[in-house]
Write a protein that binds this ligand. Structure first.
Ligand code: AMP
Length: 299
């Protein structure tokens, strides 16, 4: 089955203590879409300006990503710039230029509207809702978010949460959303706001799934070297949704494996700037790391 991914399609300028890379292919939908494409066909919804390099469109195509829902309009592509400290868990946003995203109104092609798996990757919750409004009976809807929307669009996010099956957010966002310092009890409070499944990301320390059959504690793949963690969260959720769309059986049964596959795709993402390492990865590389991770965590 296929996955519809809506989110930011961006140019990212990224600075780490070791290097600086301007105008890379980035955005939550780019990272999530490429990650999902290792497992299932992807339909992309987003907008770019007429400055968007053709080679980046080719890159999406190389991953068999359907671009019928990607608008190319006059103006500037969304541009995000960020800087990492020596401890790469600490990132500072240097600038966000919305460009063509400021007036973006997603209109889904007809054959996108029946896509069974819907990934509302990080973008304004009002846009995530607008996409969901156009979907017909999706099988599984997951939304990702970020602290910015908790700060400036909380009411929209709360409305969205009543309409989704799963919410993915990081531990500090879970604490902020619930006013609770304990992520386990925070997950319980998030369920009460709507989603049946809550997935809390803890960066290099893995993630926690909370659902009807309890908790699942998922590790992150232990990397010796992180080059650039930008997009790791998006790759995680993209890999997870791609795996779910490709797997037979019930979603709840497949979610644990899906999370492990998402963690592994995220690990590849961290090994290069932007999408450089992810796009060089193969399904065989992913499966190899999944086996390693399973071996490392078996009790
Ligand atoms: P992550 O490292 O998983 O938090 O995701 C980083 C990606 O999010 C980058 O590729 C950015 O282009 C994108 N991004 C940053 N700020 C925003 C925003 N306000 N809305 C949507 N996407 C964003």
């Amino acid at each position: 089955m296929s996955v519809l991914v809506v989110g930011s399609t961006a140019l990212d300028s990224i600075k780490t203590p070791k290097a600086e890379n301007p105008r890379l292919l980035g955005g939550s939908a780019s990272h999530a879409g490429v990650a999902a494409s290792f497992f299932a066909p992807v339909k992309l919804v987003g907008v770019v300006g007429d400055d968007f390099p053709k080679k980046y469109l080719s890159l999406y195509r190389q991953h068999n990503i359907d671009l019928e829902g990607l608008q190319v309009v006059p103006g500037k592509t969304f541009h995000w710039s960020g800087e990492y400290e020596v401890n790469m868990n600490n990132r500072r946003t240097l600038g966000t230029e919305l460009g063509v995203f400021a007036t973006f109104s997603p209109a889904l092609p007809k054959d996108y509207q029946t896509t069974p798996f819907v990934l509302l990757a990080n973008i304004a919750p009002s846009l995530q809702q607008h996409v969901l409004d156009q979907m017909r009976k999706p099988k599984f809807v997951v939304a990702d978010t970020m602290d910015l929307w908790l700060n400036i669009a909380l009411q929209d996010l709360l409305k969205l949460m009543k309409r989704i099956d799963a919410l993915v957010l990081n531990d500090s966002e879970a604490r902020q959303l619930t006013n609770d310092d304990n992520v386990i009890t925070a997950a319980g409070k998030i369920h009460k706001l709507g989603p049946k499944f809550v997935i809390i990301k803890k960066g290099e320390h893995g993630s926690i799934l909370s659902g009807p059959s309890g908790l699942f504690i998922a590790p992150a793949y232990p990397l010796k070297k992180v080059v650039d963690p930008t997009g790791a969260g998006d790759s995680f959720v993209g890999g997870m949704m791609g795996y779910l769309a490709s797997a037979k059986g019930s979603i709840e049964t497949n979610l644990r494996q899906a999370i492990i596959h998402g963690s592994v795709v995220a690990s590849f993402c961290c090994e290069g700037f932007g999408l450089k390492a992810t796009t060089k990865t193969t399904r065989a590389d992913i499966d190899r790391r999944v086996r390693e991770l399973e071996k490392m965590t078996r009790v």
